[in-house]
Design a protein. Sequence first.
Length: 278
Amino acid sequence: MNRRDFLKVTAVPLFISAQNAFSMQNLNLLNPTLDLEKIDIFEELSDEQNGGKDIYQDVFLESKYIKVLSSIRNKLKKIQSHVGYGNFNLISFDEIIKLADYISSIGSFTKEELDFFEYIFYYDPSIHGFYGQRISKNLTDKIDKNDVVKVSGTGHYLFKGHSHETYNRMLSDIGQSMVLTSGIRSIVKQSKLFLDKLANCEGNMSEASKSLAPPAYTYHTIADFDVGKKGFGYANFTPRFALTQEFIKMRSLKYIDMRYTINNRDGVRYEPWHVKVI
C-alpha cells in the first residue's frame, strides 16, 4: 500500500494558546484582511521560526489531489445510483471495485484513486484534531447482510438484536414522530459522506472531520444510529434538534446515551441526534 501523504498544513501565528485556538471563521472576524488560504507551509513551524508564538493549524488536502477527490466522488455517486440508496449503505469496498470494473459508464478505479482511498482510510486523523477511536481495521471489512434488518419507510438498516431493539424501544417511549435518519454505514458509505464533506470544505480535513468521522472511525459501522423529528428536514442535523420534544424525551431515557456531547474529546461537533447504543 502506498503511504504517501496527500495533505498539507496552513498555519497562522496567534497570541493565544493552542488549547483555545480560534476557528477559521473567528480568525476572519479577528482580522478580515487576513488571507488564510495563501499562508501555506509544508513542515511544522518551530517556536524559533514562529517567534515563540503559538500557532493555529488547519490541515488541507493538497490542491493537486482535488482532481482525484472529484473523480472518486463521481464514481461513488454513480455506484450509489446503480445499486440504490439503501443498498449503498451496506456495500463493501470489494463490491465497488467489481462494479466499477464491469460497468463501463462508471469505469475502473485508477491506481491513484485506490491509493487515495487507502490513505483516507488508514491515515491518523489526530494530525488535524480528530481523536476518535478507530472502529474498522481493514478497508475491505464487510457488513454481514444476514446481521441487519431494514427499517421500514427510512431506507436505512440497523443491526439485528440490541441496536434494532433499542430503536424500537425509543419509538415506543418517544412516539411515531421520531424517525431513523441514518443507520448502518459501511466503510464505503462513510467514505462517500466524508469525501463529499471534504469537497464542500474545499479540502479542509480539519473542518470536515468536525462534522463527519473519517471512514475508519464511525460508530455507525458497529451499532450507533441517528434519529430525528419527522418533517424537520435538515434541521435534524443541527443543534436545533436539541430544542425538539423528541430530543427532550430522549434525554430521559436511561438505556441510550449521546455519543458526541458539547466539547467532546473526539473533536467532533455537538450532535444531539446521534444515539450511542449502550
